[in-house]
Write a protein that binds this ligand. Structure first.
Ligand SMILES: C[S@@+](CC[C@H](N)C(=O)[O-])C[C@H]1O[C@@H](n2cnc3c(N)ncnc32)[C@H](O)[C@@H]1O
Length: 305
């Protein structure tokens, strides 16, 4: 088979006669096919799906490039390729897992797949939880898969971690992830909207990656987002339906000297920073993600009020 004669019209050609396909040939064919469908991370996606099919780690594919792929593996791979290219199902959902902060987390259509930019929030938070033996009270609002709370809990095992979500299905996934990481006992999972499940308590640190997309922008978004829950993505017509009450209430939920950090869309940074100022929080700052976009707004409650 030569690459120049391949068609990208269908998904993974079926085995014909004596023809066999090596790992490398399948990766190349699928990469071309995904590119033809406008999938940006074409090569990476092809490698991840084939590695998953063959029960290998992605980098180990490189050691197997010349090996033939059996018809049954090709058939299973073909199903994944079709779902990726035609239905635009994200690779994380096809695999059922996503790596975040070097943790392998289970994901499903009930949770947002954790994004690399959210690691900016984890990094900032760890910079405030400097004493790794101190029992800091930490709250993660809208925990989803548990990404932020579990990353912090593994890095700061003495912290008293609480993770909330309005979605009970998301909390089930988060609990499963905590159990898989063997930290189920050290994280408290609570069901409810914003601060309702922890009313009356106060925290050293409150973190959140709330939904912040405007419903009106939905049509312009990548087709992959249709496979993630609306409640994890959208926050009313302007994108502020969750951030607005969060910013209004967060000060009273913080201990004196406590910090808050939220992930937002880069275009929302100034508005949220303004709300923190109105709430009389201080040391308001912005952190940029790896792509250089302003992504996290943080602030501190005055030490003496
Ligand atoms: C953008 S996702 C973030 C998930 C996870 N923290 C992460 O960073 O990958 C937002 C999460 O907030 C939850 N959520 C939406 N509205 C909420 C509310 N009013 N109170 C609590 N959680 C909410 C959603 O169910 C979803 O799990």
């Amino acid at each position: 088979m030569s690459e120049s004669t391949q068609s990208t019209a269908g998904a993974v050609p079926k085995q014909t006669g004596e023809q066999s396909w090596s790992v490398l040939e399948l990766v190349r064919w699928t990469t071309d096919h995904f590119r033809g469908k406008g999938i940006e991370s074409a090569r990476l996606d092809a490698e991840c799906l084939l590695a998953h099919t063959l029960g290998l780690r992605r980098l180990d594919l490189y050691l197997e490039f010349d090996k033939p792929v059996s018809p049954s593996d090709r058939s299973r791979f073909r199903e994944l390729v079709v779902r990726r290219s035609s239905e635009r199902v994200p690779v994380s959902l096809l695999l059922g897992e996503k790596e975040f902060w070097s943790l392998s987390l289970k994901v499903s259509g009930d949770v947002l797949t954790p994004r690399p930019e959210t690691e900016t929030l984890v990094e900032a938070a760890l910079g405030w939880l400097t004493d790794d033996s101190h029992p800091y009270a930490v709250l993660d609002v809208g925990t989803g898969s548990g990404a932020i709370a579990l990353a912090l809990a593994t890095e700061r095992p003495h912290a008293r971690m609480t993770a909330t979500d309005i979605s009970t299905k998301a909390l089930q996934i988060a609990r499963m992830n905590a159990d898989q990481l063997r930290i189920g006992e050290s994280v408290r999972f609570l069901d409810g909207s914003l601060f309702a499940p922890v009313r009356g308590e106060q925290f050293d640190l409150i973190v959140s990656n709330p939904p912040y997309l405007a419903r009106e922008a939905a049509e312009a978004l990548a087709p992959e987002l249709a496979h993630e829950p609306d409640v994890a993505l959208f926050a009313g017509h302007d994108g502020y339906e969750v951030l607005r009450p969060f910013a209004a209430e967060v000060a009273e939920m913080l201990l004196a000297g406590g910090r808050v950090a939220v992930e937002v869309d880069p275009g929302q940074v100034e508005t949220v920073a303004g709300w923190f100022a109105e709430a009389e929080l201080e040391e308001i700052e912005t952190r940029r993600d790896l792509a250089g976009r302003p992504r996290v707004v943080a602030a501190r409650k005055p030490a003496k009020s």
